[in-house]
Design a protein around this ligand. Structure first.
Ligand code: B16
Ligand code: MG
Length: 214
């Protein structure tokens, strides 16, 4: 039986995957870096600097470390422009209910987001109080697919990883959950998230009762 559920933020709770992609596309257009149509899927769950490396794969010139820092900061300013205006209406449908249902069933809840903007987003969305523990992305050294962030969530809750269910919209996130020794629920397409124990089309379809036994 599970004792806790660890949720990803972007793409599971908040409708931000498209906002991240739009900000990267704006930056890429300014520096003449061509982007593949499916770039959004590859950027999901990947931290800011690793995302920049993906965005620069087809760039026509090289950027040194200082330039890369500036590009990552510029993308973040574009992202923040939109996020500052976020409110509860930007929760994905059913997200609040899914987290609340876990607490109502007596389980603990945690948030494991690779985003340094997670605290701001949680405040804007009005759901910070629904989580028993939030991993601070600033304190994580190895990003998804490394298990560090999900292990930190389990440790923060005081629950064994094997008693945790992880919920993710990114392939890198499913790999992180599995490496941490947890069962994974994918939110999105079977094609992208087939490695998960269960795949749901969206968070509104989340039903804890379906995962009663680990
Ligand atoms: P930031 P998650 C991830 O959040 C996003 O999926 C990913 O696209 C983004 O690059 C990453 O956060 C870092 O975000 O630039 O705000 O620190 O899905 O782990 O909640
Ligand atoms: Mg995500």
């Amino acid at each position: 039986r599970f004792e806790a559920v660890v949720f990803d933020l972007d793409g599971v709770i908040a409708d931000t995957a498209g906002v991240h992609e739009a900000a990267w596309r704006r930056l890429a257009a300014e520096i003449d870096a061509p982007l593949a149509d499916d770039i959004g899927e590859r950027l999901k769950g990947v931290d800011r600097r690793a995302s920049l490396d993906i965005v620069l794969e087809q760039a026509t010139r090289r950027f040194d470390e200082a330039e890369r820092d500036a590009l990552a900061a510029r993308k973040n300013s574009y992202y923040r422009e939109r996020i500052e205006q976020f409110g509860p209406q930007d929760l994905l449908p059913g997200a609040r209910e899914a987290v609340a249902s876990v607490r109502a069933a007596g389980l603990k809840t945690a948030l494991a987001s690779a985003s340094r903007n997670a605290p701001l987003l949680l405040e804007r969305l009005g759901i910070a109080e629904l989580f028993d523990y939030v991993v601070d992305a600033n304190g994580i050294r190895h990003s998804k697919p490394d298990p560090e962030i999900f292990l930190a969530a389990a440790a923060g809750l005081g629950v064994e990883p094997s008693a945790c269910l992880g919920v993710e919209d990114a392939a890198a996130g499913i790999a992180s959950i599995h490496a941490a020794g947890m069962c994974a629920v994918g939110i999105g397409s079977h094609e992208a998230l087939g490695a998960a124990e269960a795949v749901l089309p969206d968070i509104a379809a989340f039903d804890l009762g379906a995962f009663a036994t680990p």
